[in-house]
Design a protein around this ligand. Sequence first.
Ligand SMILES: [Zn+2]
Length: 132
Amino acid sequence: MINITGYIHGANTPIGINVRKGFPIYFDERIKDQPLISVSAGKVGRSVRLKQTDLIDLVKGKYIKVRKVGMSMKKIERGARFVAQNKELFRCPTCKAPFSKVEKTTVYCIKEHQFDLSKKGTLYFDQTWCQE
Ligand SMILES: [Zn+2]
């Protein structure tokens, strides 16, 4: 990290990286609503707060649309899709009824017992997870 940005892990600052290295700086467009923003000041544990628009001007930042691409999200979404498409493979461990629907990452049986998929997309039938 230090070879690329000039900063150690935990101390990377968009200001220093832009000024010293000339890298383009991109910001999640969802920060547009925030009047103030805090960023690292270039040392671990040190930060600086400034007007969000001043930071954008200072580093010639660009707003971009950021998508969630974390592996855990992908796995949990894959898991939810699999269960939704293969409901007949499962039975509610509480009432033995078939599953009726999957909403986001929660699986419901026809009697509305519900089970959450783990972040890794696994469905655990631990009774303590069942909410009646
Ligand atoms: Zn049930």
